[in-house]
Design a protein around this ligand. Structure first.
Ligand SMILES: C[S@@+](CC[C@H](N)C(=O)[O-])C[C@H]1O[C@@H](n2cnc3c(N)ncnc32)[C@H](O)[C@@H]1O
Length: 317
């Protein structure tokens, strides 16, 4: 009964959201960056500093480099912006070049593989991914952003034995821009397959109720916290219809959109689900600091880096 109600709710709320299925299922991410970039899609960029802080806390707790399962990983963009000093905004410009638009997907995969390999990996985790789109997973593993990828729709199918083996080692599960397409059904199947109790980092649009997901996580022994006092912009509304439909969906839930969605932007909440013992060691508000203004274009600034002879200071353009 709970399942049916949540799915019905999500599909009704999704009616107000633009459909982008075609750009999720191409052989490379050029159209993804162009279409979502034109709507100022930014959630991977604004999520990354927070993901980094949570992964640092997780690594400190276990002493090990965690494995992250990115649910709805698409072309591996969360892995790209975490592992390398790159941003969604910067990558968008790479793919908008006319020279890049002229080449085949096969050539692009070869070039992108070299491109990503040419950056120092500053990631705190290794990444695996799950997506319903086979071409997106093939691209993300082909260019080396994901170590392994699973193609499945866990809303309507079970995990294969091979996929369950891949998921088994996940320490952290994360998602951006995916809850709404997936529900507690997908997460339940994932949690049945993980060896340890993972941490789950969810960036979820405020119009998608999290209750059924939190209840499912609780059944698996995870406590859910929501970061208060901060929201994360996902993108602009595409048109008046999407804007008005989303405001109506928020109003139905009794959520005040003033100063947030009312300004024409989708906002996501940060939700972290973990074993209770980990919450007692450090609650979410002690792990995460959100720095407003970070990521905005600014002039040259002083930075520190660890060189051969210790810590250096440099002016970064
Ligand atoms: C808006 S994109 C977000 C991609 C990426 N996380 C990001 O923020 O750039 C949504 C992704 O969810 C995937 N998706 C949709 N339904 C899914 C399902 N049932 N299971 C897994 N992935 C799904 C789509 O294929 C798409 O890659």
């Amino acid at each position: 009964m709970g399942d049916i109600r949540l799915r019905a709710d999500f599909s009704r709320i999704n009616d107000s959201k633009a459909v982008f299925d075609d750009i999720y299922a191409l052989d490379d991410p050029r159209a993804y960056f162009s279409v979502l970039g034109n709507l100022d899609y930014m959630i991977p960029d604004v999520a990354e500093p927070v993901v980094r802080q949570i992964l640092a806390a997780k690594a400190a707790a276990t002493g090990l480099k965690p494995t992250v399962l990115d649910v709805g990983s698409s072309y591996g963009i969360n892995a790209a912006v975490h592992r390398f000093p790159l941003t969604f905004g910067g990558l968008r410009h790479r793919y908008a070049r006319r020279e890049m638009r002229a080449i085949s997907s096969e050539t692009l995969v070869r070039l992108d593989r070299n491109f990503y390999a040419s950056w120092p990996d500053v990631g705190l985790a290794r990444f695996i991914g799950l997506d319903v789109s086979a071409p997106a997973i093939s691209y993300a593993t082909g260019v080396g952003l994901l170590e392994q990828g699973i193609v499945a729709d866990l809303e309507c199918e079970s995990l294969s034995a091979d996929s369950a083996r891949v998921i088994r080692s996940a320490d952290v599960i994360m998602s951006t821009g995916c809850i709404g397409y997936v529900t507690e059904k997908t997460f339940s199947r994932i949690l049945d397959a993980t060896e340890k109790l993972p941490w789950i980092i969810s960036f979820v649009l405020r119009m998608f109720p999290f209750d059924s997901l939190a209840a499912t996580f609780e059944k698996h022994g995870l406590v859910t916290e929501r970061l208060t006092g901060a929201t994360f912009i996902q993108r602009r509304f595409r048109d008046a219809e999407e804007f008005e439909g989303s405001l109506a969906a928020l109003a139905t839930l009794g959520i005040d959109a003033t100063g947030l969605e009312s300004e024409g932007l989708f906002h996501a909440d940060l939700i972290l689900s973990r074993p209770e013992a980990d919450v007692h060691v450090a609650p979410l508000k002690d792990i995460v600091t959100v720095a407003s203004g970070r990521g905005r274009p600014i002039g040259p600034r002083y930075v520190q880096f660890d060189g051969n002879e210790g810590l250096h200071v440099a002016l970064e353009p």
